[in-house]
Design a protein around this ligand. Structure first.
Ligand SMILES: [Zn+2]
Length: 136
């Protein structure tokens, strides 16, 4: 690899490491009672949503998708057998969040709101209700 490319890779990795740290900090700042209830939910950082993710979320073209909850919301589950399936997942998308935030504090706050929004879907709360709660 030439030096320019090496430098780009280094900058990319540093940015990703910083973003992951901010996500960890944002998650750690959530209320402990909430964290205790979401042990089976993985919170993962991804670069950006795929076209399929955007479709699943119903995001119109030109609108950013910051995060996505993948799984079966708690109220829709039967009482048996659900522990046999893989854990639910909340994706947090780095590029769109960085696109609307300038500082670490802004990223942390936006990630916190996004994680809360997606966790609400896990608890069965829909987007209309979240809009009313100011977490749209
Ligand atoms: Zn939503």
């Amino acid at each position: 690899m030439d030096d320019v490319r090496k430098e780009r890779v280094r900058a990319f990795r540093a940015r990703r490491a910083r973003f992951r740290r901010l996500v960890r900090e944002a998650v750690a700042s959530l209320p402990p009672e909430l964290l205790a209830r979401i042990e089976n939910v993985d919170i993962v950082v991804e670069q950006r949503p795929t076209a399929a993710d955007r479709k699943l979320a119903g995001v119109p073209p030109g609108q950013l998708l910051l995060g996505l909850y993948h799984g079966i919301p708690l109220p829709q589950r039967g009482t048996q057998g659900y522990n046999l399936v893989p854990p639910d997942k909340i994706s947090i998308y780095q590029e769109p969040i960085e696109a609307i935030c300038r500082t670490d504090d802004e990223i942390r706050e936006q990630v916190r709101i996004t994680v809360l929004h997606e966790l609400a879907h896990y608890f069965g709360i829909d987007d209309d209700r979240l809009e009313e709660l100011g977490l749209g």
